[in-house]
Design a binder for this molecule. Structure first.
Ligand code: ACO
Length: 369
């Protein structure tokens, strides 16, 4: 199959560089608001003041949860369906609340509806799962601040909002990763945005992709408790377990997003009483990289984005069960920008496969089998 065109991001896995729409990703991540990133991804240029006001207003107009969707989420929570699956269920229900179910009519407004809804569905479902009363969306807060507000019921401090925005901007897009590919395959059949995003969330959930940061935090907490970093890690390698937060299909050096998020997490943890947790994470990283050279000598396995994602999100006070869905709050923008590109291309994605099954078989009646 020919390569899939992608005008959104360019990754150099040897040099550890990530370019987003022509910008070094670090510049966008640290300077842009999340609303500016949304505009950039849907329109391919940075917004001027008017354009930013317009996109912000449109996002606000979608900042509510439809009663029919809420009912479904209540049912899912009563059945103890885990958070990311509840988010997937909630997103698939957006079909009931879309202006049009036809992709040629959905356009950018359909994409904005989904982008605005993901944090609302996530925060609402999280509170339902925890038996807490729902928090109404705050119409005067930005996209990221409102997400924190709806999760906690408290207005977040500006430093936390900025940290969350840097995180969301950092993970918004990353080439033809598993979830983005899933979205593009669905879109390539001329399906619809809701179906594409629902499929992408299914791919996102797995621990080899967006499901990794929760287990990273769990692992760090276990090592903090045991106090034996090297013994814990050796035990994992001896059992041929994968170390979450390490390794990448494309990067042969440290993931540049991990470098940025390690600086961001260092800043958050400096403000905390439990400062030594960040130091523990650095010690674990150093020991893990040394042991990876010993156990996997022929592989270039380095730290990936999920390792310091765990430190940033935990530093913001989010429990590990929220990590994959918080990643989704951001990556949904990348998925939808890819969907728009795929729509424009209008070419079905059909990878070839190598047949590895048996040959020379003949039909045999059931009595003779
Ligand atoms: N821990 C231990 N061994 C590893 C790890 C790891 N984290 N990553 C790769 N390896 C080993 C594999 O066991 C394999 O060894 P073997 O050939 O001796 O059996 C070898 O390296 C190659 O493994 P592949 O799965 O082929 O490597 P690939 O580059 O395709 O995998 C992946 C990438 C899935 C991310 C892998 O590194 C991994 O499982 N990492 C842990 C999960 C994780 O952190 N995922 C998040 C990735 S970032 C993101 O998706 C946003």
């Amino acid at each position: 199959m020919e390569n899939i065109p992608n005008h959104l991001s360019k990754i150099d896995g040897q040099l550890g560089k990530l370019i987003i729409l022509g910008f070094p990703f670090e510049e966008l991540a640290t300077n842009a608001s999340f609303e500016e990133m949304i505009f950039l991804f849907l329109h391919n240029h940075l917004p001027n003041k008017n354009e930013l006001d317009n996109v912000t207003k449109k996002l606000l107009s979608h900042r509510y949860l439809d009663e029919k969707i809420l009912d479904v989420l209540k049912n899912a929570a009563a059945n103890d369906i885990e958070l990311i699956e509840g988010v997937r269920i909630g997103v698939s229900c957006l079909t009931m609340d879309m202006q049009s179910h036809r992709i040629d009519k959905e356009g950018i407004n359909g994409a904005l509806k989904i982008i605005a809804s993901v944090p609302i569905i996530t925060a609402s479902y999280w509170r339902l799962l925890n038996g807490q009363p729902l928090v109404e969306p705050h119409l005067e807060l930005g996209h990221a601040a409102n997400y924190l507000y709806m999760l906690t019921g408290e207005k977040p401090i500006p430093e936390d909002v900025k940290t969350l925005e840097i995180y969301l901007n950092t993970v918004i897009e990353h080439g033809m990763n598993a979830s983005t590919f899933a979205a593009r395959v669905v879109m390539s059949t001329r399906s619809d945005f809701v179906s594409a995003v629902t499929a992408a969330i299914g791919a996102m959930k797995g621990v080899l992709h967006g499901g990794a940061p929760g287990p990273v935090l769990d692992m760090l907490l276990e090592m903090q408790e045991s106090g034996d970093i090297e013994g814990y890690l050796r035990h994992k390698f001896e059992n041929r377990e994968r170390l979450m937060g390490f390794g990448h299909r494309v990067y042969r050096v440290k993931d540049p997003r991990a470098i940025l998020l390690s600086q961001v997490s260092a800043d958050i943890w400096k403000r905390k009483e439990n400062k030594e947790f960040w130091g523990l994470a650095v010690d674990v990283e150093t020991t893990a990289l040394r042991l990876l050279k010993e156990y996997k000598p022929n592989r270039s396995i380095e730290t990936n984005v999920e390792y310091y994602t765990a430190l940033v999100l935990h530093g913001l006070g989010l429990p590990s069960a929220l990590f994959t869905s918080t990643f989704t709050v951001s990556r949904v923008v990348g998925w939808l920008a890819h969907c728009l590109e795929q729509l424009e291309l209008d070419r079905i994605i059909r990878p070839s496969s190598d047949y590895t099954g048996p040959s020379e078989q003949r039909w045999c009646p059931i009595e003779e089998r």
